[in-house]
Design a protein around this ligand. Structure first.
Ligand code: PY5
Length: 306
């Protein structure tokens, strides 16, 4: 799905025309994958565009940066304000938001400490990451032969650009095998997460997701799903899962900002089937929440216009 250009990208404090938002080929992060990023979404609501858990995402950007020894020149509050300004400038009702902090031009070599830190925020309209058909009827997953990295090889808690090569390899393997998306196991062989989403299974009415120590990113959608599911009356637990727990699940789904809530229809050719009641209810509540229709979760929305 090609990126749809908008008018402006926020770069280091200024709104720059989309086509001028470029970097030098000797940008440090291009060579060593030393950038950190976030994926955020704004949704249309009765009060204008609302960003879902914007402050939480910007806090995580700061945490990712600190794990990679990148000193961000903007506070969480400044990044929140810059995001709202960028949405307003592009007059968008809903969009995907991609902040990235990267080590820029001026220094080379593996020591990141002397490098200048640049920050940009781009916004553009982006449909369902795994397709509307996937959101409705579920996706076909493959357990990847690539493992999620051990947390002592790379800090998997950081959304670091270089770390995503692992996800890309798994994604390509799954796509070339005729599947929609991959699930990665950790080095001990239990389920970690998908290439850009967390994983949940439902078994006998209980909802389970791998704990963070299994290699799962502390997803903001994952957290929202746990809150919503408990409020809907489901028991929710963090538990290590075997690949066979996926094969034998009553229901399973992926969740993440880009993908939103996507049912899993099949894992390694083991059929789970059309989305069941637990998945449907969580999906429904999540979509109503992000559109500002659920009073209980009103705190999760930060309005671009105010
Ligand atoms: N796990 C990984 C590896 C992720 O990259 C993401 C988000 C998640 C889980 C879900 O986290 P959250 O719920 O906080 O979004 N992935 C990015 C996203 O914008 C990039 C995907 C292309 O969803």
């Amino acid at each position: 799905m090609p990126i749809e250009a908008t008018d402006f990208i926020w770069m280091d404090g200024t709104l720059v025309p989309w086509k001028d938002a470029t970097v030098h080929v000797l940008t440090h992060s291009l060579h060593y994958g030393s950038g950190v990023f976030e994926g955020i979404r704004a949704y249309p609501t009765a009060r204008g565009p609302a960003v879902f858990r914007l402050t939480d995402h910007m806090r995580r950007l700061h945490q990712s940066a600190s794990l990679l020894h990148v000193d961000l020149p903007y506070s969480v509050a400044e990044l929140v304000e810059a995001t709202k300004e960028t949405i307003r400038a592009n007059r968008l009702d809903s969009c995907y938001i991609r902040p990235i902090a990267y080590l820029g031009y001026g220094e080379m070599g593996l020591n990141p400490l002397p490098c200048q830190v640049n920050v940009s925020i781009a916004v553009w309209p982006w449909g369902s990451y795994l397709g509307d058909e996937g959101v409705q009827h579920g996706v076909r997953m493959k357990i990847s032969t690539w493992r999620r990295m051990d947390p002592n090889i790379n800090p998997v808690a950081a959304k670091g650009t270089g770390i995503y090569i692992n996800s890309s390899l798994a994604k390509v393997e799954a796509l070339r095998g005729g599947y929609d998306e991959a699930i990665l196991l950790n080095p001990s062989g239990t389920v970690a997460e998908a290439t850009g989403e967390n994983v949940f299974v439902a078994k006998n009415g209980v909802l389970l997701t791998p704990p963070l120590y299994a290699g799962a990113l502390e997803g903001i959608t994952r957290d929202a799903v746990m809150v919503i599911a408990r409020d809907l009356g489901y028991e929710v637990g963090e538990q290590q899962l075997l690949r066979t727990d996926l094969y034998l699940a009553d229901e399973a789904f992926l969740c993440g900002t880009a993908a939103e809530i996507v049912p899993i229809r099949e894992v390694d050719d083991h059929e789970i089937g059309e989305p069941g009641e637990v998945t449907r209810k969580i999906q429904e509540t999540y979509f109503a929440t992000v559109r500002g229709q659920v009073e209980k979760y009103a705190d999760w929305l930060e309005y671009a216009d105010g």
